[in-house]
Design a protein around this ligand. Structure first.
Ligand code: TYM
Length: 337
């Protein structure tokens, strides 16, 4: 399936909530475009999801729904691998080996951890602290060249690069040093309820995000309530007009046009008209994805086959890397002289 002359992309997404349009515009949409030019590996990272408490039945349902949503968005199983992280045990194993080559200091600097630990205090899990090393393992197992993600993952991709470079230096060249890839627009979609905060699938306020599963009337309502400003004019200014600029960015992503084009289309509209326009564009963009999602969920055996076949293929790549790393570290090699 993979072409030796093509570079490799890897990316992952957590089944810690239903996907939002930020996941779609910031990541999945880019995966769909890139899969034509790269050997592409995508992973529903369920091991990452358990760094915070999860209800087992909900995690199980969400995981399969997340996989269906990625396929419904246009990931083609003929071109790309798509599997559950927990199906390939090399992810956990390499994580341990990399843990022993990572520093507490560099981990403690991760902003996502710092933000979350403020909220969770003493009951924060060790896994949440260690999460970026697991992410490094995900990436490094597949000789990944490019990691297409949203802006919020920059620091984690940087850590994966540092870990790879350190390992290569301490032992001998082993890992490809990956690079992050960020889309031109949509790499940081903000909350509709508070445009100072990024849109997140785990936000407690359901008006803060649009889910890829949301129906048209829900979408229209959420945009109607979106926080803007006390002016009346629609134009793009990320500092002064965070809410409106975010809506313009969402509109440009949904329509597949640039931000200046979106601005030109919407200039002169009242805020109410503009919000309705953004809502319609997003609902139109999600409509066909939702139809495909339903069809995929109605054929579970076919869906499971895609995930299992992909996991088999992923396992064989990942295990090769794992064996190489084990050998370099000095684990006993049976049968060697
Ligand atoms: P996760 O599950 O939080 O998000 C999945 C993808 O969506 C992007 N994203 C956003 N993009 C734009 N605006 C936003 N508000 C927004 N919120 C989320 C994320 O940047 C991401 O690309 N640690 C990762 C999952 C992961 C991973 C990996 C990614 C695990 N292993 C290996 C790449 C490579 C995460 O929590 O993503």
């Amino acid at each position: 399936m993979f072409d030796k002359d093509k570079k490799i992309i890897f990316s992952g997404i957590q089944p810690s909530g239903d996907f939002t349009i930020a996941n779609y515009f910031g990541a999945i949409r880019n995966w769909v475009l890139l899969q034509n030019d790269y050997n592409s590996i995508f992973c529903v990272v369920d091991l990452h999801a358990i760094t915070v408490p999860q209800e087992p039945a909900v995690l199980r349902r969400r995981s399969i729904e997340c996989a269906a949503m990625i396929l419904a968005s246009g990931i083609d199983p003929e071109k790309s691998l798509l599997f559950f992280q927990s199906s390939v045990s090399a992810h956990s194993e390499l994580c341990w080996l990399l843990n022993c080559n990572s520093y507490m200091g560099e981990m403690a600097r991760m902003t996502q951890y710092k933000e979350k630990s403020v909220k969770q205090g003493d009951t924060i899990r060790v896994g949440l602290f260690d999460y970026p090393v697991l992410m490094a393992a995900d990436i490094l197992l597949y000789n990944t060249d490019i990691v297409p993600v949203g802006d919020d993952q920059t620091q984690h991709v940087e850590l994966a690069r540092n870990i790879a470079e350190r390992f290569n230096h301490n032992y001998s060249p082993t890992f490809v040093v990956p690079e992050g890839y960020y889309g031109k627009a949509g790499s940081r979609i903000m909350s509709l309820a508070n445009p100072e905060k990024k849109m997140s699938k785990s936000d407690e306020n359901t008006n803060a995000f649009i889910l890829m599963k949301d129906k048209r009337d829900v979408i229209m309502n959420k945009f109607k309530r979106a926080v803007t400003d006390s002016e009346t004019e629609v134009y793009y200014d990320k500092e002064k007009k965070k809410g409106i600029s975010n809506l313009l960015e969402i509109y440009s992503c949904a329509k597949g046009i640039t931000i200046p084009e979106a601005e030109a289309e919407c200039r002169g509209m009242s805020y109410a008209e503009f919000k309705e326009c953004v809502g319609t564009a997003v609902a139109d963009c999600l409509d066909p994805i939702q139809v495909r999602f339903e069809a995929l969920m109605n054929d579970k055996p076919a869906l499971e086959k895609i995930l299992m076949d992909s996991a088999d293929a992923a396992r064989s790549i990942a295990n090769k890397t794992l064996r190489k790393v084990q050998k370099k570290i000095g684990f006993y090699q049976f049968g060697s002289k």
